[in-house]
Design a protein around this ligand. Structure first.
Ligand code: S3P
Length: 438
C-alpha cells in the first residue's frame, strides 16, 4: 500500500464548523473507468476519486490496453476501446484493497478472448469471491480461485457466455454488477434479482452509456450484443465519506457543519435515517442533480443522541456506514442494537470484531453477536485502538475520539487513502483533533 502514514493521534478538537466537500464517490468512480474503457469514444470523468482503490482499477484498464489521461486532479479522460477492444495483459492485474474492483472486473474479464489473473492485497486476498465466480460459472465462465473461493482469480478467456436469471443469496451490488457486466458479453437475457435492493449505479450508468436495460429496485435485466457509447460522467461526493463528518458534528457540542453536494442515492443514505432516529439534527438543502444522481448539501448541528434498534431493513442502505454508526452509538445515551448485518464480517476487515475491539479499548461496552452487536454509549477514555488496516475503521475511531478524555492512538491507517485521500487535512480544517504520527 502506498501513501498514508502508520498512525494517528486523535483527541477532542474544536466544534466542527464551516463547509467541507468530501472526495468523489468510490462506487461511481470504479464504474466510470470500467464503462468508459468498454465504450466507443472518449469519456471525460470529473469528480473522480483519487483513491488507491479507484486508481488501481484505472491501472488495470491501462494494463488491458486502455489509454487513460489525467489532465488534472479528479479528472480522467478514458479513451474507450469498445466492448471487444481490450488486450491481453502481460502480468497479473492488481486490484489492491478493492473488493468492488476485483468483483466487477471478474464479470468483465469473463467475457474476454484472453486469459487474465486478478490479485489483491492481504485484506482482499481473504475476501470471498465464490459469490461472483458461482453465478459467472453458470453463465459459462471459467474462473479458478484459491482454496476456499479466495483470490487470486484466474479467468480463462474464449468462453461463450449465456444469459441467466439469477437470484443473489446476499444483497450485494458487487455481485449484481459482476453478473450484469458479464451479461454485456452473453447471448440472450441476463436478469439479477436481489433479496433487498442495492445501489444501482451500474444500471444507471449503463443507461447513460446507451445500453438498453430495464431495472427497478431489486431486479435488473439486460441482454448482450449492444454498444456502449462514451459519455461524460460527473461523480458526486461520496456519502460514505461524508458519514464520518455527519457523526462527528452530531456528537461534538457546538458543531454546525455543512457538507456540500453529497451524493444522495437512496440506496446509500440509510445512515441518515438511523442517525435521525437517534436524535441527530441533519437538514438537507440545495437538493439537485449531478450526472443523473441526486445530490444535496447536508447541514448537521450537534444534538444529543440516544441508542436505537437499527431497523434490519436499513442495513443494505448503510452497509458501509456501520463503523460510523458504531462511533455514534458509543457517544449516544443508552444501547444501540445492530442485527442482520453479518456481511460486515467480510468487508475490508471483520467490521463487527474490529469496531467492537476498538471501542472496548476506549472503555465502551460492546457485545458481539454473529450478525451484529449491542453498543452501550458511555464515557470514552484515552487509549490505543487498531484499525486492522481498514480505512473506515480508522476514520470511525478518529470520530469517536473527538469525545475522548485524552489521546487516542490509532494504528495501521495507511489504507485511509483507498477511499478518502486528504481525510486528516479535511478533518482538521473542520475542527477535529487529529494528527499523523508518521
Ligand atoms: C459496493 C458495494 C458494497 C459496498 C462496497 C461498494 C459497490 O459491497 O460495501 O463498498 O460499489 O458496488 P457489497 O456489494 O459486497 O455489499
Amino acid at each position: 500500500m502506498s501513501g498514508g502514514t502508520a498512525g494517528w493521534i486523535a483527541r477532542a478538537g474544536a466544534p466542527l464548523r464551516g463547509r467541507v466537500r468530501v472526495p468523489g464517490d468510490k462506487s461511481v468512480s470504479h464504474r466510470a473507468i470500467m464503462l468508459g474503457a468498454l465504450a466507443e469514444g472518449t469519456t471525460r470523468i470529473t469528480g473522480f476519486l483519487e483513491g488507491e482503490d479507484t486508481r488501481a482499477t484505472a491501472r488495470v484498464f491501462e494494463q488491458l490496453g486502455v489509454r487513460i489521461d489525467a489532465p488534472g486532479p479528479s479528472e480522467r479522460i478514458v479513451h474507450g476501446v469498445g466492448l471487444h477492444g481490450l488486450r491481453a495483459p502481460s502480468g497479473p492485474l492488481d486490484c489492491g484493497n478493492a473488493g468492488t474492483g476485483m468483483r466487477l472486473l471478474a464479470g468483465v474479464l469473463a467475457g474476454q478472448a484472453f486469459d487474465s489473473t486478478l490479485v489483491g492485497d492481504a485484506s482482499l486476498s481473504k475476501r470471498p469471491m465464490r459469490r461472483v465466480t458461482e453465478p459467472l460459472a453458470r453463465m459459462g465462465a471459467r474462473i479458478d480461485s484459491a482454496p476456499g473461493g479466495l483470490p487470486p482469480l484466474r479467468v480463462r478467456g474464449g468462453q461463450s457466455l449465456r444469459g441467466i436469471d439469477y437470484e443473489t443469496p446476499v444483497a450485494s451490488a458487487q455481485v449484481k454488477s459482476a453478473v450484469l457486466l458479464a451479461g454485456l458479453y452473453a447471448d440472450g437475457e441476463t436478469t439479477v434479482r436481489e433479496p433487498h435492493p442495492t445501489r444501482d449505479y451500474t444500471e444507471r450508468m449503463l443507461v447513460a452509456f446507451g445500453w438498453p436495460i430495464e431495472f427497478a429496485p431489486g431486479v435488473a435485466t439486460l441482454s448482450g450484443g449492444h454498444v456502449l457509447r462514451a459519455t461524460d460522467v460527473h461523480v458526486p461526493a461520496d456519502f460514505s465519506s461524508a458519514a464520518f463528518f455527519l457523526v462527528a458534528a452530531s456528537v461534538v457540542p457546538g458543531s454546525e457543519l455543512t457538507l456540500e453536494a453529497v451524493g444522495m442515492n437512496p440506496r446509500r443514505t440509510g445512515l441518515l435515517a438511523a442517525l435521525r432516529a437517534m436524535g441527530a439534527d441533519i437538514a438537507e438543502t440545495n437538493a439537485g442533480e449531478q450526472g443523473g444522481e441526486p445530490v444535496a448539501d447536508l447541514v448537521v448541528r450537534h444534538a444529543p443522541l440516544h441508542g436505537i434498534e437499527v431497523p434490519e431493513a436499513l442495513v443494505p442502505d448503510m452497509i458501509d456506514e456501520f463503523p460510523a454508526l458504531f462511533a455514534a452509538a458509543a457517544c449516544a445515551r443508552g444501547r444501540t442494537v445492530v442485527r442482520g448485518a453479518a456481511e460486515l464480517r467480510v468487508k475490508e476487515s471483520d467490521r463487527i470484531a474490529t469496531m467492537a475491539a476498538g471501542l472496548r479499548a476506549l472503555g465502551i461496552v460492546v457485545d458481539e453477536t454473529p450478525d451484529g452487536a449491542d453498543i452501550v454509549g458511555g464515557a470514552i477514555r484515552a487509549g490505543t485502538a487498531d484499525s486492522h488496516g481498514d480505512h473506515r475503521i480508522a476514520m470511525a475511531l478518529a470520530v469517536a475520539a473527538q469525545r475522548a478524555v485524552g489521546d487516542v492512538r490509532i494504528g495501521d491507517v495507511a489504507n485511509v487513502a483507498t477511499s478518502f485521500p486528504g481525510f486528516v487535512a479535511l478533518a482538521r480544517s473542520a475542527g477535529m483533533g487529529l494528527a499523523e504520527t508518521g
